[in-house]
Design a protein around this ligand. Structure first.
Ligand code: ADP
Length: 650
């Protein structure tokens, strides 16, 4: 075994590799870019070396700087993780010429599988079924159109150098072929500097089922399959193992084909053979075809670890240091079922736009495995993949593992950036997915239902109310006894997503309060673990750069705006809306005598370069407007007053 290895990667996979290295008594060297100076992988490693600027091309893709760092720190081997340099054969050559070991396959094996057309030709020769289609050299448009006709529509145009779904077009009919070919080629040229394409039959009801293989250069075994059919735009979202509906016969056929593929190229290390499967009529041994081989550890390897009880990174280190495969095929066992969900910082409503931001708070429940490269306080920077974590669950059956995944997602707490958490939660409840009825089109077909934002005003108001109680603590004079609690009404002004809302709290003891938010009012109780509403699921409150309330599927963050504490104008009571901060009155939307509804905007303030809408807290009639549009105001200045409510303060 190696004494010391360098990890040429960042984020969760760098942390994941460090964990196994530690377990095996192997020292680790991290490399990092300027943007990652304080990153988790840097903290976890025994040593860390700065290799350049934030952009990947200035750091994580700089093979020479990485090799220099390995030599300088006395590392014997380099683990590339996934992405970056992991499938770059020139890097492998450079690592080996520097006298270091590459923890992965040979440059030759990577080259053999690097281009989809050459890989398909090689696999066809080895007797591995490949998707019917054309993968030859002739790139003439008319010729390719003819081939598409022979294959039969629908067809798929794929960039031979493709990855990440780029340069790929599904074509329904001959009339669309010309345009699709042109745009696929343009995209491929742009992304890979290679515009060659191949044409494939578009498989009906396609399922993506891949087989994990492992080789030591002499022999190869497989570690069963993973189903990665839950995809959005050809990107995996939730993966599982084993594949739903898998039969012993199909598993054997796919496993054998995958091992044959690995043996053909004398494969060494962890690899994945991706198959496309026609799932329109169950899983049939003559309906799966080789798509491509990934010559590295996959993002979704933890589901395989969960069902086999094996550590794939440990296997990688053993094989790369010259040991034979740790187990024979018949010694590898499959137990239960596992899922992995990819938690991303992304704005689902804005079309899954990657998001950035500082993670004010990040916590995972105990009932899952969470592989992450970030912690509370860390930045999701625009430079790298915005994946926050992978959440993995395992259970004796698919149903139990899936319900554990749903629970783990509900109990995951992220504040400071938008995430795809509720989208993932919705997926865990999708009836087709729950049944195991998966195909790569599932998400696209039901995207509307999966991304609809459940509006639950009452829940939102309870969240605000609990947040207000949390920031307020208790009225100061707790010694004066119970009798004095009743008249003590407090107003707490909170900001949520740029909107201001006022919550009134009426304490009737240190452990009980009546909370009023808008037209809703409810009783809150307090015990050792905080404020809650009887009969409702407990919400969790966390203070970290504001108050964050986690309520299963919903998250809300609040900031306190409290002018009342500062200027002592508390005597005005809840009829008056006060300026929560100094600013400019941008517009006034009500006049004296107007009847207003709770939540209706009274006026808009411009402060701290943002517009804030000040809203009515209750139903009422406007008694006075104290300011005019364009006036500059101080924090605590009265803005609008409502006529007193008969029952109020009663
Ligand atoms: P990339 O390397 O760009 O990720 P792949 O060849 O791995 O491209 O294909 C990505 C995804 O596209 C697959 O997981 C599958 O969902 C879909 N796909 C690929 N080939 C076919 C095909 N012949 N028929 C139907 N769907 C396909």
């Amino acid at each position: 075994m190696f004494r010391k290895i360098l990890i040429a990667n960042r984020g969760e996979i760098a942390c994941r590799i460090i964990k196994t290295a530690r377990k095996l008594g192997v020292s680790t060297v991290a490399v990092y870019s300027d943007a990652d100076r304080h990153a988790l992988h840097v903290t976890l490693a025994d040593q860390a070396v700065a290799i350049g600027g934030a952009a990947p091309k200035d750091s994580y893709l700089k093979g020479d700087a990485i090799i220099a760092a390995a030599l300088e720190t006395g590392a014997e081997a380099i683990h590339p993780g996934y992405g970056f340099l992991s499938e770059n054969p020139d890097f492998v050559d450079a690592v080996e010429s520097a006298g270091l070991a590459f923890i992965g396959p040979s440059a030759k094996a990577i080259r053999a599988m690097g281009l989809k057309d050459a890989a398909k030709a090689l696999m066809e020769k080895a007797g591995v079924p490949v998707v019917p289609g054309y993968h030859g050299d002739n790139q003439d448009g008319a010729f390719l159109a003819e081939q598409a006709q022979v294959i039969g529509y629908p067809v798929l145009i794929k960039a031979v150098a493709g990855g990440g779904g780029k340069g790929m077009r599904r074509v329904e009919s001959a009339a669309e072929f010309g345009d699709a070919l042109r745009s696929a080629k343009a995209e491929a040229a742009n992304a890979f500097g290679n515009d060659a394409v191949l044409i494939e039959k578009y498989v009906a009801a396609p399922r993506h089922i891949e087989v994990q293989v492992f080789g030591d250069g002499r022999d190869a075994v497989h570690l069963f399959e993973r189903d990665c059919s839950l995809q959005r735009r050809h990107q995996k979202v939730i993966e599982e193992a084993p594949a739903p509906g898998m039969t012993a016969e199909m598993r054997q056929a796919m496993g054998e084909a995958a091992v044959r593929a690995a043996r053909t190229i004398g494969y060494s290390g962890a690899g994945t053979i991706e198959f496309i499967v026609d799932g329109s009529d169950g899983l049939k041994t003559d309906r799966f075809w080789f798509m491509e081989m990934n010559t590295r550890l996959q993002v979704e390897h933890p589901v395989t670890e969960a069902i086999t009880g094996l550590d794939l990174v440990e296997w990688q280190l053993r094989v790369a240091s010259g040991e034979p495969l740790p187990l024979r095929q018949e010694e590898i066992r499959l137990t239960g079922h596992a899922f992995e969900a990819r938690l991303y910082a992304e704005d689902v409503e804005a079309g899954f736009l990657p998001a950035t931001g500082r993670l004010a708070h990040l916590a995972f429940p105990d009932n899952c495995r969470a592989d992450t490269g970030v912690r509370s306080g860390d930045e999701i920077s625009p430079w790298y993949d915005p994946m926050i974590a992978k959440i993995i669950t395992h259970g004796p059956t698919r149903r139990i593992a899936l319900s554990a995944l749903g629970r783990a997602l509900r109990e995951t707490e992220v504040a400071g950036t938008v995430t795809n958490l509720s989208f993932l939660q919705a997926l865990t409840q999708h009836p087709g997915f729950v049944r195991g009825d998966v195909d790569t089109g599932l998400i696209a077909r039901d995207i509307q239902a999966l991304t609809v934002k459940v509006k639950d005003e009452e829940r939102d108001q309870v969240m605000a109310g609990l947040a207000a109680l949390q920031v307020t603590g208790l009225p100061r004079d707790t010694l004066s006894g119970f009798a004095l609690w009743a008249p003590l009404e407090q107003q707490v002004c909170l900001e949520k997503d740029g909107d201001l809302l006022t919550v009134s709290l009426q304490f009737s003891g240190p452990e009980r309060a009546t909370v009023r938010v808008g037209q809703v009012s409810f009783e809150a109780l307090r015990d050792q673990s905080g404020w809650f509403v009887e009969g409702q699921a407990r919400m969790k409150l966390v203070e970290a750069e504001g108050i964050h309330v986690f309520a299963g599927s919903a998250t809300a963050s609040f900031k306190r705006q409290d002018p009342l504490d500062r200027d002592g104008s508390a005597g005005l009571g809840s009829d008056v809306t006060l300026a929560p901060m100094p600013g400019l009155v941008r517009s006034i939307l009500v006049r004296v005598g107007d009847d207003v509804e709770p939540g209706q905007t009274l006026c808009v303030l411009e402060a701290m370069k943002m517009e804030h809408s000040l809203k009515a807290m209750r139903t009422g009639r406007v008694a006075s407007v104290f300011v005019t549009e364009g006036s500059q105001i101080a924090a605590g200045d009265p803005l609008v007053q409502l006529e007193p409510e008969a029952s109020h303060h009663g």
